[in-house]
Write a protein that binds this ligand. Structure first.
Ligand code: GDP
Ligand code: GDP
Length: 436
């Protein structure tokens, strides 16, 4: 299950500063492929080996004087609905003000764990004299922190991760491929699902998903058993456009979490837009297998070259996330819809493919000998051997004398060679360098 930490609070208390701090800290310690679109309001973070998604709800509220109360309710409702833990941020420079109480009143009605975060507490005075003021909110312990210098965030995160759901819970469906169907509203997710389920009647069971925001359907196609998780058909009333996007991205995140492969629908008439990029980037960052379904292909006036051109153009824009297959389909006409599923199963296989150490070395060492990493400051980098790790998505470790000197361009070169020689279509490849 995805652990989601939502940051709420009135404007200017430092929500986005805190968000950036939590998200950056992860970027510093994990490998990150360059060029990936970063979403301003969602980010991945990790603390003591527990991974979680952070949401800055502030960005989703367009508050003007008269809609402000409504905006508060929207922001809080979203956070309470979706979050595992809510961080209620207040400001020790201003102390407690009425607007904080308004937030607190709405928050108090919920059963979600709420942690009061007293931000901007860099000085002794704010930390020891002002922060305790917030105990009067009656919402339990107050955590003084400074988002700008990071002090107190360790204690805060220790508390946050205590509330996470145990990720050791056994999944009864383990071993069965899970495929999630993602895409922004109106991309055709429901139509796709109806087309699939309507034609093939071999649904095994129909059960409500682990969250009410997604539906799991067990499905059998040509002897393959898999589970589709979809978020289609669930609509929420949202006052502002931002909330609609907020919900659709969040639902996607949740559905994605438990699946190995994501089918991401694009609307052929609209092409690739920023919201689609966000969904793709999330799936990529979560190292899920990806198939792109270019839906509504029936609406496009085309020649024999149109799909090739469109594919090329889109994959160029997605670089370096351009390893995924793309199928041009129509949920309406049921054109190539089964091909999409078959492709997803193929990507599932690609993503879990394991290559023996001897085979990788036989292939990669001659390539490396022919094109070694460029010397840095007169030092030669020698890669001695390679192995694949037993991780869910393909990860390769290259053992070498000076791992810190390997440049991104060379890392890309190795990834391309791994792909050329072994496949992995639709799956990210992670490459690590370790000292040996
Ligand atoms: P948001 O509206 O709640 O997202 O608040 P922002 O993150 O945009 O921060 C509002 C202002 O407070 C900015 O000028 C920040 O630089 C400042 N700020 C945020 N966190 C801290 C902090 O820990 N200490 C201090 N002194 N200023 C902060
Ligand atoms: P969802 O919000 O992603 O579940 O999208 P829907 O399945 O509700 O589809 C949104 C709209 O697009 C509906 O009016 C569908 O009839 C239409 N639609 C979906 N797939 C196709 C397609 O392949 N071709 C055409 N022409 N329309 C489609």
């Amino acid at each position: 299950m995805a652990n989601i930490v939502a940051i709420v609070g009135r404007p200017n208390v430092g929500k986005s500063t805190l968000f950036n701090r939590l998200v950056e800290q992860r970027m510093a310690i994990t490998d990150n492929e360059s060029g990936v679109t970063r979403d301003r309001h969602y980010g991945e973070s990790v603390w003591t080996e527990k991974y979680f998604t952070v949401i800055d709800t502030g960005g989703y509220v367009v508050g003007s004087e008269d809609t402000f109360e409504g905006a508060i309710r929207d922001q809080v409702a979203m956070a309470l609905d979706e979050a595992t833990v809510v961080l209620f941020v207040v400001d020790t420079m201003t102390g407690l003000i009425d607007l904080d109480n308004d937030f607190a009143n709405v928050l108090r009605r919920s059963k979600k764990p709420i942690i009061v975060v007293a931000n901007k507490a860099e000085t002794f005075e704010r930390q020891s004299l002002v922060a305790p003021e917030f105990y009067s909110l009656g919402m339990g312990e107050v955590f003084p922190i400074s988002s700008t210098d990071g002090s107190g965030t360790g204690e805060l995160l220790d508390e946050v991760v205590k509330h996470f759901e145990d990720d050791g819970i056994e999944n009864p469906d383990d071993g069965i491929p899970r495929i999630s169907i993602l895409g922004r509203p109106n991309s055709g997710k429901s139509s796709f699902l109806n087309a699939l389920l309507g034609k093939d009647r071999s649904i095994v069971t129909d059960i409500a998903g682990t969250t009410r925001d997604s539906i799991d359907t067990h499905y059998k196609l040509y002897g393959n058993h898999f589970i589709l998780t979809d978020t289609a058909g669930i609509r929420k009333k949202a006052k502002v456009q931002e909330s609609i996007e907020f919900y659709s991205v969040l639902r996607s995140l949740k559905a994605m979490e438990n699946s190995q492969v994501c089918i991401i629908l694009l609307d052929a008439e609209r092409g690739l837009e920023s919201q689609d990029m966000h969904i793709i980037a999330h799936a990529h960052n979560a190292k899920k297998g990806i198939v792109i379904m270019m839906n509504k292909w029936d609406l496009i006036e085309k020649s024999s070259k149109t799909s090739d051109q469109m594919k090329k153009e889109i994959l160029e824009r997605l670089a370096p996330m351009n390893y995924m297959p793309m199928i041009f389909a129509s949920a309406l006409n049921k054109q190539r819809i089964f091909q999409v599923i078959e492709k997803a199963m193929e990507v599932y296989e690609n993503r879990s493919m394991k290559i023996s150490t001897s085979k990788i070395n036989d292939v990669m060492l001659p390539i490396i000998a022919h094109t070694p990493p460029p010397a840095v400051k007169g030092k030669y980098i020698r890669i001695k051997y390679v192995m694949q790790l037993p991780t869910p998505s393909p990860t390769f470790v290259f053992f070498c004398n000076l791992p810190q000197y390997i440049r991104e361009a060379y890392e890309r070169f190795l990834k391309n060679k791994l792909r050329e020689n072994f496949g992995f279509e639709g799956s990210t490849i992670t490459v690590l360098f370790r000292k040996k």
